[in-house]
Write a protein that binds this ligand. Sequence first.
Ligand code: KG4
Ligand code: ZN
Length: 337
Amino acid sequence: MYILGMESSCDETSAAVVEMGDGIRAIRSNIVASQIETHRLYGGVVPEIASRAHIETISRITYEALEMAGVTIEQIGAVAVTAYPGLIGALLVGVNFAKSLAYAKNIPLVAVNHIHGHVAAAYLAHPDLKPPFLALVVSGGHTSFYRVEDDTEYVEIGGTRDDAAGEAFDKIGRVIGMPYPGGAALDRLAYEGDPKAIQLPSPALAGDTLDLSFSGIKTATLNYLNSMQQKGEQVNPADVAAAYTDKIVKAIVQKAELALRHSGMKTLVLAGGVAANSHLRAGLERMCQKLGVRLAMPERAMCGDNGAMIAAAGYFEFLKGNFADTSLNASASDDGL
Ligand code: KG4
Ligand code: ZN
């Protein structure tokens, strides 16, 4: 069956047509309209501007997604839309559009949890993937471990107590001069620096907990930059990128290993925008190889927000008969509707 996936939770408007079925995981189209250039002027996402940009774009990209897929709206078996979590004004644009389309064309509508969407991107790359597995979602808004026993039911077992890793990368990226969002640029710059050049605290909380905290390393890095400036000394941004990335990646890998040992899971799924980080992918690959655990990741290009991942997650809701009706609302919170 063909599923139309719609995503508008943050700063990407996306529509995709995905063919899902027994053993079929084919992306027919996946149009992503990024607003990054607009938000870059402000150094971060401006929610009001994001909502307005979604409104302007959503109809056009939906037509484009259908056209590129060579599929008519009558052939669509379900409309899947991100309903939570995210920026509320941004989510409402996608939800309202999907609802109207589903109602007008009499197509089943399913509401998708954005986090489940990120994980479903791994299903597109690994068609044989099946729960149970441990999911690690690392994005601009999340850094969490989930025990996934069932395609649509996730249990959070640990994660950050404050900022998300993506937020932490973007923040330091900005102060060392990277354009927003700094995550991908910091990833590349880290190869040119010395990770031991600066002493920074680990974001892994001590003990048997699976929790992390990124506020300490962020503050320590800002303090280092301020003190260097006060002393009139030159900062090497590559060393900052290398040391910061090294500590963050090691902490996430350390807690992922603990989560695998605690849960006894034999598969780890890495997902979310920060799953594109090459250092994190390499660190988790080494750890999983050591433990004899399968590591399933989306392709790097599929780690960021996109409609195809929402369509893939929507398929599992569809199979369970979890349909939404015209009273569907959006929610900013992880707890859902
Ligand atoms: O999942 P996503 O597209 O949006 C949210 O749901 O939050 O994630 C966006 C985040 C941004 O913080 C961005 O800087 C980060 O993912 N990111 C990266 C890389 N590519 C994107 N962070 C580190 N390394 C990367 N290569
Ligand atoms: Zn996301």
